[in-house]
Design a protein around this ligand. Structure first.
Ligand code: AKG
Length: 214
């Protein structure tokens, strides 16, 4: 994989408790090449492992998923534990490229594959205690562009505590990088809603820094 060393043009999103930076990380051809390589080398977890627990019941997730990272790392979320497989070469190169352009070093990546516009991810925060709270999460998107929606936690409340804070919506393009900087995940939930008019395959990689594992 060849990744051009170019200074990125960042776009800043800033709201109460929200701090995001968005840029085109890879030119179109490099992004398409990377997507093809990932489609060749990545095997996703079987549905009986890729599942979440909601109100005590297990549900299959509406997308495909797998994780890679340094030996022995795991990540617990939505009642599930996902173990890091060994870094595929192409994913390690992308991690190293992110270090060059952002100065952030990551030891874990969650890969989500959306087969079509029906596949989606529900509203959540990435606020698990094993994540380094000082490290941004770096989200690389490839393939079909999709809308990413963030909602302030107080805008989700019912009743008098509800605050009228507008959601933030960003279209994540093929080859883009979104840096979710602290404290965003403390205050804002994010989701990737279903979009019938976005039929193509999309692969998203969220690079994370894990600090606490037993
Ligand atoms: O696919 C996306 O852009 C969303 C990924 C995400 O929310 C996550 O990995 O926590």
């Amino acid at each position: 994989m060849t990744m051009e060393e170019k200074v990125l043009k960042w776009q800043k999103f800033s709201e109460e408790g929200l701090d995001l930076d968005y840029a085109v990380l890879l030119p179109r051809d490099a992004a398409s090449h990377l997507l093809q390589q990932l489609e060749r080398v990545v095997t996703y977890l079987p549905p009986e492992v890729a599942r979440v627990r909601v109100f005590g019941r297990w549900h299959p997730i509406p997308r495909q998923q797998v994780a890679f990272g340094d030996a022995g790392l795991m990540y617990r979320f939505s009642g599930n534990t996902i173990f890091a497989g060994e870094w595929p070469c192409v994913v390690r190169e992308l991690r190293d490229h992110l270090y060059k352009v952002t100065g952030e070093f990551y030891n874990f990546v969650l890969v989500n594959r959306y087969r079509n516009g029906d596949d989606h991810m529900g509203e959540h925060r990435d606020d698990e205690s094993e994540l380094d709270p000082s490290a941004p999460i770096a989200s690389v998107s490839l393939g079909q562009s999709r809308q990413f929606v963030l909602r302030h936690k107080d805008a989700r409340k019912k009743g008098p505590d509800r605050r009228n804070i507008s959601p933030v919506k960003i279209t994540l393009e093929h080859g883009s990088l979104l840096m979710m900087n602290p404290p965003t995940n403390q205050y804002w939930y994010h989701s990737l809603p279903r979009r019938k008019n976005c039929p193509g395959v999309r692969v998203n990689l969220t690079f994370r820094r894990i600090i606490k594992n037993p």
